[in-house]
Design a protein around this ligand. Sequence first.
Ligand code: BG6
Length: 308
Amino acid sequence: MTDIDRLNRTFGISGQLVFFAGPGGMPFVRICNRHASADIALQGAHLTAWQPTDEAPVVWLSPKATFAPGKSIRGGIPICWPWFGAHPVHPHLPAHGFARTLAWRVVECAALPDGSTRIMFELPRTDTVRTLWPHSCRVTYTVTIGRTLTLELATTNTGSHPFILSEALHAYFAIGDIDAVRIMGLEGCDYLDKVDGFRRKTQKGEVTIAGETDRIYLGTPADHIIEDQKLQRRIHITKRQSRSTIVWNPWADKSAQMGDMEPEGYRRMVCVESGNAVEDAVTVMPGATHRLGVAYRIGVFSKAVGTS
Ligand code: BG6
């Protein structure tokens, strides 16, 4: 029996949840219910697709994404954990931590009474994890696929010393065109501008993108909306225990240099990442659980007033 057979026998839900060998032969799970469909790679517990019924895909996946062991997939929702960006002390360690490139274990799958589907993953404590992150902890990731996509990354400190964590759910959203997008909910927030030497600035008005953008917004508990004039839709983002929002678009030159992006790929995606980074990093006390939560849903787009 293959690992895929074993997973299907233990966790499969007839007509709703199936494990399969996806691109690069990597194990994936596909969920289809009356509300939505989604694909998740077990490597990184990396969601690569989410499409509510009768909607265009909401999550963007690069047509040039590579699927290989130990390599992060360009697009979808990589999990940045237990550090966001460069390691704060050891810059040679992998950017955005290691959770996005390790195989996660499936611990539970459930068909919920409202027709949505839940799947829970756990990050195994491998030797790599123990070496790179010498803290006792349990990490779970719960994904609920419905008309709303709900994600919860829970970190429990099972040791006797506090530890400091930075993290992000690095969502790539599919958009009609980068020129026709604005992001609301960050007005007045301070941000660190990574394309300007991490200078601290304050956001005036809504965020629009007209060049390489790489910003860590700090103190951002409010909901966000990505308004897309071209696709005529709004993506609503609601967060819990997340004080940072990262907005990233590599623009033309960087896209052209990246092996896993099409040169014009930057026009069709924007990253709006929910997490806790830099000064918003979280201290997790012994016995405590920190739960980073986010929910995405499509809202109504009104041409007249742009409200939902
Ligand atoms: C963003 C960072 O979160 O992720 C950017 O702010 C980075 O600096 C981007 O370039 C993509 O990172 P990676 O490691 O997936 O290429």
